[in-house]
Design a protein around this ligand. Structure first.
Ligand code: ADP
Ligand code: MG
Length: 488
């Protein structure tokens, strides 16, 4: 088995190019007014156009163009100013028209790129050849009726963007990171929910291998039907080894379209090059050319949400967060937006990150809720941070007492709760001195040890002091007083 021969695998370089289909979030379909919704009763969301009735005329949904521009801008693409639509013909029961309306020669976005982490963790640029608009087919359902194939046309005509990468990807990690980055991006842009399991984001992987150092790509196979990031990794890994084994055995890799089989983790032939689809593309006669005006591009540009890379740069370069913290925050858009709201109300950016990734995240995990349903308003978290920074409450009391209270009483402000629950920190000298004297009186031998040079005893005294003060002592002032008394 080739798996057990790392020295052989090591002779080869993996080359991958990815084609990602993203189903767009729009109210209606790409070329008709039928609803674009998931989960409705079969064939509820159809119209004469979806059903391919003769005499119907397609009209492009403006939201689709806007979504495409957003993604194009976010991936540094050039936007095409004059576009034509094309028919891609094939015969399927779930495609009543007999063709998809797509873009062939004039995709809306070209020559873009995305920066992703490579296998060594360095940023690397992956070229995006093109992004074009197309429409989905319906669904053939083979497993509900024992004798018949059922057809659900709700998905027929749902708008898609197909994002085609250059064959720039050189490792499985890079492929993973590229898809994860696209998924995060479409979610930030609010154009697709990025859910691979439900099929709203789908990925085909073109895989080839060549000897390391070679500049000629090997023959590629296109692998389809992977419904998770994990399965994309498995499929590429299997396909790479299969191709290497063929070459090592003196055989040729044939250009093929293959399908991934998740149970066995293998791929099998769907069709070879000789019966590759001939879609007989031709210009769509029912759609006029589409002219994209600079004004429309500018308008989309103005409404762009913050993007993960920009946030990352701002957090690490301007706000002084570590790369680790910044990455955790930008991982999901709702978390990043919540963070943005906290820091509107506090300059302690680090504390805001700590609260979010610490207490708040653990609450969300434990209660299995999303940040969208988190009960505490961001400005109240900022107020809690201010309370700690002004030394009115210790972090440990804030975390253990106030935060849980705030979860229950979401209208209350932390300062009022602190007063009510008497957890405000005390810096009153006389009161503190009294406790310190008590503590020292209970440990005469330890005081002796301290005076002989064992400064480590300070921790013990402080611990005892905090305990006896019900954790209300201001630790900084208490520590100072403690030292003064010990040294006097
Ligand atoms: P097709 O029309 O057959 O899908 P394209 O030229 O559009 O062909 O390429 C599809 C994908 O294949 C692109 O993502 C591209 O990066 C990738 N690709 C092309 N050549 C190779 C190769 N030798 N190895 C891996 N991927 C490749
Ligand atoms: Mg293709």
């Amino acid at each position: 088995m080739i798996e057990e021969r790392p020295e052989i695998l090591d002779k080869y370089q993996l080359v991958v190019g990815l084609e990602i289909h993203a189903q767009l979030i729009t109210a209606s379909k790409a070329y008709s007014g039928a609803p674009n919704a998931y989960g409705d009763l079969p064939n509820a969301n159809t119209c004469p156009l979806t059903l391919g009735h003769p005499g119907t005329l397609p009209r492009l949904n403006e939201a689709v163009i806007e979504h495409a521009i957003r993604l194009g801008l976010a991936t540094d693409c050039q936007l095409t100013r004059e576009m034509h639509f094309a028919r891609k013909n094939y015969f399927y029961p779930d495609l009543p028209k007999g063709y998809q309306i797509t873009q062939d020669k004039t995709p809306i976005c070209v020559n873009g790129s995305l920066s992703v982490k490579d296998a060594d963790g360095n940023q690397k640029r992956i070229g995006i050849t093109r992004i074009h608009i197309e429409e989905d087919a319906g669904k053939s359902i083979h497993d509900q009726d024992p004798y018949n194939t059922l057809v659900d046309l709700n998905r027929a005509g749902v708008p898609l963007l197909e994002i085609v990468s250059e064959p720039d990807i050189r490792s499985i990690e890079e492929a993973y990171n590229y898809i994860a980055e696209i998924r995060r991006l479409v979610r930030y842009l609010d154009i697709c929910d990025g859910n691979m399991e439900e099929g709203s984001m789908r990925c085909d992987a073109n895989v080839s291998v060549m000897l390391k150092g070679s500049s000629t790509f090997g023959k590629r196979c296109e692998v389809k039907n992977m419904n998770s990031l994990r399965n994309v990794q498995r499929a590429i890994s299997y396909e790479m080894k299969r191709q290497i084994a063929l070459i090592e055995n003196g055989q040729d890799v044939e250009q093929q379209t293959r399908s991934f089989e998740a149970v066995s983790g293998t791929t099998f032939t769907l069709r070879g090059k000789e019966d590759a689809h001939d879609y007989r593309y031709f210009p769509e006669p029912d759609m006029p050319a589409l002219l994209l005006e600079q004004g429309s591009i500018d308008e989309v540009q103005r409404s762009m949400p913050p993007l993960p890379r920009q946030l990352f740069e701002r957090y690490t370069q301007k706000l002084g967060l570590s790369e680790y913290d910044a990455n955790l925050i930008i991982e999901s858009k709702p978390i990043a937006l919540y963070y943005e709201k906290i820091i509107e109300h506090t300059d302690n950016h680090k504390a805001a990150a700590n609260w979010l990734m610490g207490d708040i995240k653990s609450y969300l995990n434990q209660s299995a809720t999303g940040i969208e349903d988190f009960p505490i308003a961001p400005e109240k978290i900022a107020a809690l941070i201010a309370l700690i920074d002004s030394e009115k409450v210790s972090y440990s009391l804030a975390s253990q007492k106030l935060f849980p209270l705030m979860l229950e009483r979401k209208d209350a402000w932390p300062e009022a709760l602190a007063e009510e629950k008497q957890v405000l920190q005390k810096s009153d000298d006389e009161w503190l001195k009294g406790i310190i004297k008590d503590v020292l009186a209970s440990y005469p031998d330890k005081v002796e040890a301290y005076k002989k040079g064992n400064k480590g005893m300070l921790g013990l005294f402080m611990g005892e002091l905090m305990k006896r003060s019900d954790r209300k002592a201001n630790p900084k002032i208490a520590n100072q007083l403690l030292k003064e008394i010990l040294e006097s």
